[in-house]
Design a protein around this ligand. Sequence first.
Ligand code: ADP
Length: 160
Amino acid sequence: MKKTVICPGSFDPVTRGHLDIINRAARMFDCVIVGVLVNSAKNPSFSIEERIDFLREATKELDNVKVVSFDGLLAEYCRQNNVDAVVRGLRAVSDFEYEFQMALTNKKLNPQLETIFLSADADAMYLSSSMVREVASMGGDISNFVPECIHDKIVRGLRK
Ligand code: ADP
């Protein structure tokens, strides 16, 4: 049976760290949904449309990846869309507590749903969207941090 997973997140904006996780998930599973969270409590720097555009551009060569927005409970989205597992990237021990809590909560809400953790790539484990925003807003070079094809758009968006 085909396996579908979801990589959920804010992606504000997508970084090379996110892309590494998406690429690896795309090699392991039949279908990867990248789910961009609409109702994040955070006040995003990029609109939902911009974040989706960046992700679509960055994943355009991956045939089994689709980018969608979602609102509400992840466990419910997965139930309604026959998603088998959530894939999350783990950067450090500091990510673990929150991620473990989320995984257990989602399992309670939807017992069919598994959570799979992929360890961050050693070259990307320091990367976060907030760090990218901070460096770019102060005029720093973010070319090592974000996918090349969307670098200029991200820089323009963060300097406006
Ligand atoms: P959220 O607000 O849900 O944490 P993010 O957009 O920050 O959303 O992250 C989405 C997913 O990508 C999470 O699983 C996060 O741990 C993972 N992630 C973020 N940055 C990296 C990175 N540099 N390397 C690997 N995984 C990462």
